[in-house]
Design a protein around this ligand. Structure first.
Ligand code: UDP
Ligand code: MG
Length: 312
């Protein structure tokens, strides 16, 4: 049985890597076709996420040179997740593999993914074996992120980014999630079906620079928590409870001091400190509430997630 595979590659300012990525992906498609794994109609789709460099002309040239190569140009930069989603929702195939353009994910692993899919896995996660090539900072922030998500009750596949295979049924399931802020890493495990993982070593970026600076990483992390977990809201309640209990104990103590041991009037600190303390907690709580209100605000508008400008 050979499947029709579609490989989806989101690209933002990736003109330097694309030719190399493309030749590796095409070579792999040829190899898998010869091995009888994928059909001759298998394709590669580059989604240009509103790049500001020559990415689109490069994609056009690649598409002209090989009929297996296709391009999708978004009307502007929307970010990695929407770009990937645009590809997954538009492209046709029995199975789809999503991979970054920068060759950090091992292209050869796609063959294993396809084998797992043929052996009945509907979702195949690419999982990083080591993070040796990532910077110390990136490695540790990523680790912290998984820990936090775990305590928040969000079920993420450890060390899995957006390198995965989705069968047609999984893609159809994904289509039914109407949320505008799609956090694919969190949603895919929710779909269910039989899943498998394949391991690989993550390489260094082939060329170009990371499009995920600290600011974007933080936004991504907050998105991940607030679109999947209501634990922060519960923490507010818990915090409120603890502070109230503490204040109540303090009141009892003051009454005791005044009536029984006739102590002097409590000092300035004991009246002023709680004001700041409560003020802090309230501001923090309002902030967390605001995060969720903002989510509701953005979701209720049901804004379109992307527009496709050109399709090759
Ligand atoms: N990307 C995108 N839109 C963006 C930012 C990134 O499509 O706004 C793509 C980028 O071209 C790459 C993938 O998302 O194919 C992952 O980005 P990058 O490698 O820069 O992230 P990192 O690996 O450093 O986390
Ligand atoms: Mg990368």
């Amino acid at each position: 049985m050979s499947i029709r595979l579609a490989i989806v590659v989101p690209c933002y300012n990736e003109e330097e890597v694309l030719p190399e990525t493309n030749s590796r992906l095409l070579a792999l498609l040829t190899k898998m076709h010869i091995a009888g794994l994928t059909s001759i109609e298998s394709t590669v789709h580059y989604v240009d996420d509103g790049s500001k460099d020559g990415t689109w002309p490069v994609i056009e040239a690649l598409a002209k040179a090989d009929s297996r190569v296709h391009g999708l140009k978004l009307s502007r930069n929307r970010g990695h997740q929407p770009a990937l989603l645009a590809g997954l929702m538009t492209v046709e195939g029995d199975a789809m593999v999503s991979i970054d353009a920068d060759l950090q994910d091992d292209v050869a692993v796609i063959e294993q993914m396809v084998r797992e899919h043929i052996a009945c896995a509907e979702v195949v996660y690419g999982v990083r074996d080591s993070r040796q090539t990532d910077s110390f900072f990136k490695r540790n922030t990523a680790l912290m992120y998984y820990r936090i998500m775990k305590t928040m009750g969000v079920d993420l596949v450890h060390n899995h980014a957006d390198f995965r295979l989705l069968g047609r049924r999984a893609v159809e399931a994904l289509r039914q999630y109407g949320e505008v802020n799609m956090f694919l890493r969190g949603i895919v495990p929710l779909i269910g079906y039989r899943a498998a993982t394949v391991k690989y070593d993550r390489a260094e970026r082939f060329a170009g620079v990371s499009k995920y600076p600290l600011r974007k990483m933080l936004t991504f992390a907050i998105e991940g928590v607030t679109s999947f977990s209501i634990v922060p809201l519960r923490l507010i309640t818990l915090m409120g409870f603890i502070v109230s209990a503490f204040s109540f104990a303090m009141i009892l103590f003051i009454i005791y001091g005044a009536l029984v041991i006739n102590a002097v009037i409590p000092g300035w600190a004991s009246s002023v400190v709680p004001i700041y303390f409560l003020g802090g907690i309230q501001l923090l709580s309002i902030g967390i509430l605001g995060e969720y209100v903002a989510k509701i605000y953005l979701e209720t508008k049901q804004r379109p997630r992307y527009f496709i400008e050109t399709s090759l």
